[in-house]
Structures are given as C-alpha cells and as structure tokens.
Design a protein around this ligand. Structure first.
Ligand code: AP5
Ligand code: MG
Length: 209
C-alpha cells in the first residue's frame, strides 16, 4: 500500500508510522528523519538544511522532491511505503504524482493545543529516531532509548519559537493539501487526539484491514 501521512507538526505521524510499518510491511520514509540524519553526519545536505529546519521553515521544494524521487526509485518500496512528512506543499504533491501513484492520504486531525502538548514533551532517540514523550510515553530509563539504548534528546525545532513557525508554515503551505487530496477522493481523516493504540484500531478500520 502506498500512503501519505499528512498533518501538523507533532500530530503523531511518526508515532503511528512505526506501528503501521509492522502492520503493512512497508517502509516508512520520513523526510524530516532523512534531513536530521544528514545534519548529524554533517553531509553537504545536512549543512545546507540545518538552519532552515532549526528555524521551523521548510526546505526548498527542489531539494526535497529530488530526495524523495531518488528514494522511491529503490527496490524496497516497490510494494508500498508510508510517506511521513512529504508532500508538504502543492508543488511537492504535483511532482510526486509524476513519479508515483499514491493510494490513500491519512490526514491527522488535531487542534493546536494537542500539538503544543505533544511537542512540548517530545524526546527523541538520537540513534534510532524513536519518539518518546515526557508524560505520555516516557523512556523506562531517563535519557536512554528503550529500543536501542541510544541517547534521548530534545529536537532543536521543538523550541517554542520554532514550533510557532512550524504551525504557521503548516497552515499556509501544507494544509491546502487537505482539499487537494480530498478533491481526488484519496483523503481519509483520522482523529489524532486519542492515545496511539486507539488510533491504530481506527487506522486499520479506515483502510479496511
Ligand atoms: P518532520 O520531522 O516531518 O517534522 P513535523 O512534520 O514537524 O512532524 P513531527 O516529527 O514534529 O511530528 P509527528 O507528527 O511525527 O509527531 P510524533 O509522532 O513525533 O520535519 C522536520 C522539518 O524538516 C520540517 O519542519 C522541515 O523544515 C523539514 N522538512 C521535512 N519534510 C519536508 C518537506 N516535505 N518539505 C520541506 N521541508 C521538509 O509525536 C509527537 C509527540 O507526541 C511525541 O513525543 C510522541 O511520543 C507523542 N505522541 C504521538 N502520538 C501520540 C498519541 N496518540 N498520544 C499521546 N502522545 C502521542
Ligand atoms: Mg515525525
């Protein structure tokens, strides 16, 4: 199955994706995670995007589209994928349609208060990228990942100024994709407010699996 996970920052896209890859046996492709890995490794891409991401702005369409096009040309995504955080602009969605055919778009519906609560407590594993939360999903040993033992840290773009910017950017550039995909008959709205186990049940029901 070829899916897009669409929604505001902190909606829980990455958290559900980890569960969904197990259910659907497909790859998760998170543009945000690819950029964060490039930043950590100080590659030319990482050096180019670090200040943009830290400020909560979007990386330019040309760079992002080229990255996803290259990734979707690999063999491991022939049977399906979850695009987590791409497309984020109308030009990205139009470009995607020229190199892949998406089957469904899952729209994570959550008010701003929910986003602020989730991003305010998020803690991420530096090694495997797993998302913990200071209240909703604490690591069993503070500061260390339960899954790989990696160091757990707070993302630079989860600072309050960057979060406000990300919400603004989401409203201006990404939210128009809701109507774009609804008009194509691909959109499935998911209430992103409940705890993740309940969302998994609703996600499976919505896909009829
Ligand atoms: P990206 O990494 O995609 O960030 P984002 O969209 O802002 O989304 P997040 O990862 O912050 O949130 P999420 O929805 O995955 O929530 P999570 O599961 O972590 O992108 C980062 C940056 O890269 C962008 O700002 C941009 O600069 C750049 N970029 C990426 N893609 C781009 C593109 N296509 N074009 C241009 N630039 C691009 O959950 C959040 C927290 O809540 C966690 O702590 C989690 O434990 C908790 N939580 C999750 N679900 C639940 C639940 N159901 N109940 C309770 N707690 C929950
Ligand atoms: Mg994410």
């Amino acid at each position: 199955m070829k899916l897009i996970f669409l929604g505001p920052p902190g909606a829980g896209k990455g958290t559900l994706a980890v569960r969904a890859v197990d259910i659907l046996k497909v790859q998760q492709i998170s543009t945000g995670s690819i950029f964060r890995a490039a930043i950590a490794e100080e590659t030319p891409l990482g050096l180019k995007v670090k200040s943009i991401i830290d400020a909560g702005k979007l990386v330019d369409d040309e760079t992002t589209i080229a990255l996803v096009k290259e990734r979707l040309a690999k063999d491991d995504v022939k049977n399906g994928y979850i695009l987590d955080g791409f497309p984020r602009t109308i030009p990205q969605a139009e470009a995607l349609a020229t190199f892949s055919t998406v089957e469904k778009v899952i729209n994570f519906d959550i008010p701003d208060e929910g986003v602020l609560e989730r991003l305010g407590g998020r803690q991420v594993c530096r090694k495997c990228g797993f998302n913990f939360h200071a209240i909703f999903n604490k690591p069993s040993k503070e500061g260390n990942c339960d899954h790989c033992g990696g160091e757990v840290y707070i993302r630079d773009d989860d600072k309050p100024e960057a979060v406000q910017k990300r919400l603004e950017v989401y409203r201006a550039q990404t939210a128009p994709l809701i109507d774009f995909y609804r008009a194509k008959g691909l959109l499935i709205d998911i209430d992103a407010r409940p705890m993740v186990d309940e969302i998994v049940v609703n996600f499976k029901k919505a896909l009829g699996i």
